[in-house]
Structures are given as C-alpha cells and as structure tokens.
Design a protein around this ligand. Structure first.
Ligand SMILES: Cc1ncc(COP(=O)(O)O)c(C=O)c1O
Length: 356
C-alpha cells in the first residue's frame, strides 16, 4: 500500500479566481514549473485553463507541455541556451525570458521564420537572474531593433524579500523598475504570490502580468494576511500498515531515538523519505486521522514512519494525513526550518496522484 497525493481540483480552480480578484485587470502567468510544485504539471495546466499563460523554468518543461497538447502561451523563465532552443521557442509560441548577454548573441546570430515574443529580465537587486540596470537600455534597444522580435517587449523582475516579515527591499526594487520603464511602452511583470497580495493593485492594467505560484496551491506566503482566501490543494495521505502494542521503556525505530513513556499502541504508516517525506520530521512531525492528531515517533525511515495512536480506534488500511486540509504544510515546514515549496517539490514518483 502506497502513500498518495490527493489534489483538490475545485480548490485549485477557486484559488485562481481568488487571485484574479486581487488584480482583476492584470494578466496571470500561472507558475507550473517543477511539476506544478509537485501537483502534476499537465493536470494542473488543464485545470488552470483560465490563466493567460503558464510559466516553467526550463525548455524541457515547456517541450513536455507542448508534446502533451497544452496550447496556451508558455513563458520559459530560464530561456534558451542555444539557437536550436531559440528557434524552438519561436515556432512553438514559447515566450522565453532573456537574462544574460550570451542570449542576446544567440538572438542576433539566429534567423527566425516567425517572430518571437520575449521577456527581458532585469536584476533589481536579487542578484540571481537578470541584466544589471546599467546595461538594460542597451539590451532593450537591441531587442527593439531586432526584426525577429515582436513588440511591445516584456520587462520582468523578481522580488527578493516580498514574503519576509520585515521587508524593506521590495519598495526599492519596485521603484527601480518603475524608473527604468517610465518612458517606454512595455508589458511588465514583478509579483510572485507575496508581491501580488501586498502590491499588485499598484500596477493593475492589461499590460501587467502577475506570477502566482504558492497561492495557487492554497498556501499564503505571508504570516499575517486576511486579504486572500485560498485553500490547500494538496493532501498527502498514507495508509496504516501495521499496529502493535508497545510497553513503557520500549524503543521505536532506527537508532532507538524514541523511548515509549507509557504502554501504548504504535502504528506503522506506509510513507518515508523514499517518497520525499522529510527525515527531519523524525520525532517532530504529526499526522491527522479521524479527528485525532498523532505524533511521529522514532526516525522516519525509507518507507515507513511510526506514530503513537494511544488507545484510539484506528484500523489497518485507513489513511492518515501528513499535510493538507487538517495539518498545514506551512506548520510542518516551519517545524523543520524548511519551506512548503521544498516539501511539495520533493515528493517522489512512488506516490500516486488522484484528482478529486
Ligand atoms: C521568477 C519567479 N516568479 C514567480 C515565482 C512564483 O513565486 P511564488 O511561488 O512565491 O508565488 C517564482 C517562484 O519560484 C519565480 O522564480
């Protein structure tokens, strides 16, 4: 018996509608990279058909969508790395992001039979991807003069600290970008989930694109915020595969890291780090079953975790929830100094997915 991921289709679709309410005039580029944050890229693409575009990180991800008949515009955040990929983008309605001079050279040394739409990424201070603002004008002019490139160009940046409790950097990044684009006609895209909640009303118009990821999947990146009503999409479940009685003083699991305090029933649950369930949750994590919260005791092993179910009436074959509607993935990730993105993206192929 395997663990499984239940995806709540209605919650996903409703989350997109809620996000649109925050910035009704903006276009939405739904982030479905990394297998849609572990939710299944194709299924999510089909469910989020009301998006204006999808965004993925790599050309391989974009190809996977096209090869599986997803027709909507796809933004490729890392862009192309050679002229074949550049040509592939132009032929297949993939809108690459350019962020480095070597891509400008590919553009100028490749003939296209069809015009291409581009995003130019500016680094406004995150120092990850993007052209430094001191060379932006050159890049912009070269793209503007290139007959293969459709106008208007898109200008994109990424906020480094939008989801931090104390964020005194986003305003600087936003003003820098505002200055750069003040006298040019471009499409603009700045905001990830946290940015959308905090700032997107500021730029609302049809040339503005928001880039929701985490909130699409029902997780609010901000610690306090009631402006958005999104619901969790992913429920991670696993079956009880064995129940045994343990006595006070018995040890549980590898390394004997947990000692039973009072006689109790211990259940084995069929999920482990082989499924991407973090080993760091050993002796820390909790699960939900039929209105009860049970502690994970002992070490998480490859295929099994152990939980203390006391004298509760739990049956072999029944499911426990590791995270989802009853156990918040944010709380789980906080307890081990991780982030929800990391937990969702790490889930393995042994887990089946059901869309309900
Ligand atoms: C460039 C870019 N934009 C938008 C997002 C979406 O971020 P979030 O999931 O926080 O909404 C990401 C996520 O990693 C990103 O890399």
């Amino acid at each position: 018996m395997n663990g499984r991921i239940l995806i709540n289709k209605n919650n996903l679709i409703n989350n997109l509608s809620e996000i649109k309410k925050l910035s009704p005039k903006s276009k939405v580029m739904s982030m479905i990279k990394s297998n849609a944050y572990g939710h299944g890229m194709l299924e999510v693409a089909n469910l989020l058909s009301k998006s204006d575009a999808f965004a993925v990180a790599t050309i391989e991800e974009a190809k996977y969508l096209r090869d599986n008949n997803i027709a909507k515009e796809i933004v490729c955040l890392q862009g192309f790395s050679n002229s074949d990929e550049y040509i592939y983008c132009s032929k297949n309605n993939i809108r690459p992001v350019i962020h480095d001079m070597y891509q400008m050279n590919i553009i100028e040394n490749t003939n296209l039979s069809k015009k291409i739409k581009l995003w130019i990424k500016i680094d406004t201070g995150m120092n990850r991807l993007g052209f430094h603002n001191s060379i932006f004008k050159k890049v912009f002019d070269r793209c503007k003069d290139n007959k293969n490139i459709e106008q208007p160009l898109g200008i994109m940046t990424h906020l480094a600290c939008a989801d931090e409790d104390e964020d005194n950097f986003s305003d600087k990044q936003i003003s820098l970008l505002e200055n750069i684009v003040s006298d040019i006609n471009v499409e603009l895209s700045i905001f990830n989930s946290a940015g959308i909640i905090k700032y997107s009303k500021k730029f609302e118009n049809s040339q503005h694109w928001i880039r929701p990821g985490l909130i699409l999947y029902g997780i609010n990146p901000l610690s306090s915020c009631d402006e958005i009503n999104v619901k969790p999409v992913m429920n991670l479940l696993a079956p009880i595969i064995s129940i045994k009685k343990c006595k006070k003083g018995d040890f549980v699991g590898y390394g004997q890291t947990y000692k039973i305090k009072n006689d109790t029933n211990v259940a084995a649950v069929g999920i482990g780090y082989g499924d991407g369930f973090p080993r760091r949750l050993s002796n820390i994590g909790k699960v939900f079953s039929k209105g009860n919260i049970f502690n994970i005791i002992g070490r998480v092993s490859m295929d099994i975790i152990m939980i203390d179910i006391h004298d509760k009436d739990i049956k072999i074959g029944s499911d426990v929830e590791l995270w989802g509607e009853n156990i918040s993935i944010k709380d789980v990730s906080c307890s081990i100094d991780a982030i929800p993105y990391e937990l969702m993206c790490s889930l393995g192929n042994r887990l089946s997915k059901e869309y309900i």
